[in-house]
Design a protein around this ligand. Structure first.
Ligand code: UD1
Length: 440
C-alpha cells in the first residue's frame, strides 16, 4: 500500500475559494458611509419566518455570506425563499420536506443552530447538527438544549447530531439560564411563542437584535414582552401569521467604520447609525479621545493623527456592556494610543489569539492568557502579509492595514465577507486604497 496511515472519517470543511484583500495604508478616510442591516438580527429573523406558513418579507437584509448560508439552509429544508431585490428577502415556509439541518450548514455558520427552536415548536421534531462538533469548552450549545428541555422537548445526542422532538405542543415553562446567552435566549423565545402556556426567560440577554426579533414576532401575532431588562415573558399562541419587517442597522459594522475613521486620522459621517445601541463603545472612544458627534441617525467621527489618543482599559460584557464583537477593532485603536491598555475579553476564550497578527505589524501586544492582553502604544504599524482567522479579527486586520505604512496582503478574506456587506466598496468610497484579490 502506498500510504499506510489510517484514514480518519471526520468531517472536513470543503476548501473555500481563496481570496485576499490588498490594502495600501496611511490614507485618512473621508466621506460618508451607510450602515447596513444587522447580521445578527437578520439571521434570526429569517429563522423566525419558519414559525408560520404565511409569507414574511424582510428589507434592509445585509448581502453577506452568512445570510446566503441561512437562505440555502432554509431552501434545503423545502422553504421557499425569494430574493426579489437587493437587500429584500421573502420567506414562505408552507411545507417543509426535511426537518434536518446538516453538518455542512453548521460547519459554515454556527448561527444555523437558531433553527432548533422554531422548527421544533412548529413541526414537533428536528435533527440538527451540533455546530461545535464534539469539541468541549468552545462555543457549546448546552444552554439552548437545556432550554428546549424545559419547554418539554425530548432531546438525544448521537454522532454529532441533536435529535429533538416534542410529543405534542411544547409546554411553556421557566427557563433559567446559569449565564447570559444571546442565541440561547433567542432560541427559547422562538420555541415559546408557539408553546402551550406561559414561559419566562431569565436572565434574558439584552442585545438590541433580540428586541428587533421581538418586534417582528409581535407583528406575527406573538405575545412576547420584556417585562424587566433581563426578563422576557411569552404567552404561547397556536398560530402565527406572516409579517413584514425592516432589519435594524448593524451596530458592529457601525463601530468598525468608526474605528476606521479614528485610526486613519480621518473624518467620516455614518448614515443610519444605531447611536442608542452604542453606549458602552462610545464611552470607550471618549476615554481614548476620539471626537464623536451623534446627530439623529448620523454619527460623525473625526480622528486625530499621531500619538494624540490615550490608553484605556476595556472589558467586554453582555449588552449593555462593551460588545465582544467590537473588542478586536478597539484593540487596533489602542495600538495608536499613548500608554498601556489592558483588554479583558470576558465572553469568549478564542478572541485574543489574532492579536499575534497585529504584533507582526509592529504593535506591542502581550497576550497574557485566553481572556487578558495588553497593548502598549503608540506603535507605528507597517503593512505585511497577514491571515484572517475569523470575521471580527479579519475586519480588524483591515483596519490595522488601513492605518499602517505600506502595503498589506491579507489572506482568508472570505471570513470578512461572512458579516460585512460590500466592505471593500465602502472603504474605497471613503478614499481607501483597497482591492479584492482572487487567489484561485
Ligand atoms: C452571539 C452573536 C455573536 C456575539 C455573541 C456575544 C449571533 C449569531 N452571534 O453569539 O456575534 O459575539 O452573541 O455577544 O448572534 N455558552 C455556553 N453554552 C451555550 C451557549 C453559550 O456555554 O449553550 C457560552 C459561550 O461559550 C460564551 C457565552 O456563553 O462564553 C456567551 O455566548 P452567547 O451569548 O450564547 O453567544 P452567541 O449567541 O453564540
Amino acid at each position: 500500500m502506498a500510504d499506510a496511515r489510517p484514514f480518519h472519517w471526520e468531517y472536513q470543511e470543503p476548501p473555500v475559494q481563496r481570496e485576499a484583500v490588498r490594502v495600501e495604508g496611511g490614507r485618512p478616510l473621508k466621506g460618508e458611509v451607510a450602515v447596513s442591516g444587522s447580521k445578527n438580527a437578520a439571521l434570526k429573523l429569517l429563522a423566525a419566518a419558519t414559525l408560520t406558513g404565511e409569507r414574511c418579507r424582510f428589507t434592509n437584509v445585509p448581502e453577506i455570506a452568512d445570510v446566503r448560508v441561512m437562505v440555502e439552509t432554509l431552501r434545503d429544508l423545502g422553504v421557499v425563499v425569494d430574493h426579489p431585490a437587493a437587500n429584500t428577502y421573502e420567506v414562505a415556509a408552507g411545507d417543509v420536506d426535511w426537518l434536518f439541518v446538516p453538518l455542512e450548514a453548521a460547519a459554515k455558520m454556527r448561527a444555523s443552530f437558531i433553527l432548533l427552536g422554531p422548527l421544533l415548536a412548529r413541526f414537533g421534531r428536528v435533527i440538527i447538527s451540533n455546530p461545535g462538533g464534539d469539541r468541549i469548552g468552545r462555543r457549546p450549545v448546552n444552554l439552548h438544549v437545556e432550554a428546549m428541555k424545559r419547554l418539554g422537548a425530548e432531546i438525544s445526542y448521537k454522532n454529532g447530531y441533536y435529535f429533538a422532538r416534542s410529543p405534542g405542543r411544547l409546554r411553556g415553562g421557566d427557563v433559567q439560564f446559569p449565564s447570559v446567552t444571546v442565541m440561547g435566549t433567542e432560541n427559547a423565545i422562538l420555541a415559546a411563542v408557539l408553546a402551550d402556556g406561559h414561559t419566562s426567560i431569565r436572565p434574558a440577554a439584552q442585545e438590541p437584535e433580540i428586541d428587533d426579533l421581538i418586534d417582528f414576532l409581535r407583528k406575527m401575532g406573538a405575545d412576547v414582552t420584556r417585562s424587566a431588562p433581563d426578563v422576557i415573558e411569552v404567552e404561547g399562541r397556536r398560530r402565527l401569521r406572516g409579517a413584514d419587517h425592516r432589519v435594524t442597522p448593524d451596530r458592529i459594522e457601525a463601530g468598525t467604520f468608526m474605528i476606521a475613521a479614528a485610526v486613519t486620522g480621518g473624518d467620516v459621517m455614518l448614515r443610519h447609525a444605531p447611536t442608542s445601541q452604542l453606549g458602552a463603545f462610545l464611552e470607550v472612544l471618549d476615554r481614548v479621545g476620539v471626537s464623536v458627534t451623534p446627530d439623529g441617525e448620523s454619527i460623525r467621527v473625526q480622528g486625530r493623527s499621531g500619538a494624540e489618543y490615550e490608553a484605556t482599559d476595556i472589558e467586554t460584557a453582555p449588552y449593555p456592556g462593551l460588545a465582544t464583537d467590537l473588542q478586536p477593532p478597539t484593540a487596533v485603536l489602542l495600538t495608536r494610543a499613548s500608554g498601556t491598555s489592558r483588554i479583558h475579553e470576558a465572553i469568549f476564550e478564542d478572541r485574543l489569539e489574532w492579536l499575534a497578527e497585529l504584533g507582526r505589524m509592529g504593535a506591542d501586544v502581550d497576550i497574557v492568557d485566553d481572556h487578558h492582553a495588553t497593548v502598549t502604544g503608540p506603535s507605528t504599524l507597517r503593512g505585511c502579509e497577514l491571515e484572517m482567522s475569523d470575521l471580527r479579527a479579519g475586519a480588524s486586520l483591515i483596519l490595522a492595514a488601513l492605518a499602517a505604512d505600506g502595503e498589506s496582503l491579507i489572506h482568508g478574506a472570505h471570513q470578512v465577507r461572512r458579516g460585512y456587506e460590500n466592505i471593500e466598496r465602502k472603504f474605497l468610497d471613503l478614499g481607501a486604497r483597497i482591492a479584492h484579490v482572487s487567489e484561485g
